[in-house]
Design a protein around this ligand. Structure first.
Ligand SMILES: [Zn+2]
Ligand SMILES: [Zn+2]
Length: 170
């Protein structure tokens, strides 16, 4: 289900519409990487409650995204339980606060809404595991597989010569 036409459910003030829906999720770009929902169709609960002053829209679902770990680039999975809420006033009078941005001409755009709430629910860093050690900044090897440290690099002899020269000039 990608959208819901409110005219088709004919909700009157004081009424509530509940539906178990199938949401179609799309891959998203995050931090320059691509994250793919698996599965890409998930069950969701949609509730539309109408009062005389406005309508409340609620959407719940759980998304599972697969993509590269932020630190080591190995496969990572993130599970996001989502509960989103939007409000549309009966008379919004130009105020964006009182408007549901996913409601266009009485059609609720579920796919756009689901995509945005997933993006908002994402953690700052998607990791393969919370204590991922990442890649070595010196040689690029995976520190989870091959934990290691590098010897302190020898100072470049040319810099030493320069430092000596500077000392002599002082
Ligand atoms: Zn990792
Ligand atoms: Zn290294």
């Amino acid at each position: 289900m990608k959208s819901l036409n409110l005219r088709s459910i004919r909700l009157r003030s004081g009424e509530e519409y509940r539906d178990e829906i199938e949401l179609e999720l799309t891959p998203l770009e995050y931090g320059g990487q691509r994250y793919v929902p698996v599965p890409d169709t998930v069950p969701g609960q949609l509730v539309v409650s109408r009062a005389s002053t406005g309508t409340v829209f609620q959407l719940r679902f759980v998304a599972r995204l697969h993509g590269p770990c932020y630190r080591c680039l190995a496969d990572a999975v993130v599970e996001l339980p989502v509960h989103a809420r939007e409000y549309q006033a009966t008379n919004p009078e130009g105020s964006d606060e009182l408007r549901n941005p996913y409601l266009v001409d009485d059609v609720l755009e579920l796919d756009a809404w689901a995509r945005d709430v997933i993006a908002l629910a994402l953690p700052d860093q998607i990791l393969c595991r919370p204590d991922c050690k990442g890649l070595c900044p010196v040689c690029g090897k995976d520190l989870n597989v091959e934990p290691h440290e590098h010897e302190e690099a020898e100072p470049d002899p040319r810099w030493a010569a320069l430092a000596q020269l500077r000392d002599e000039l002082d």
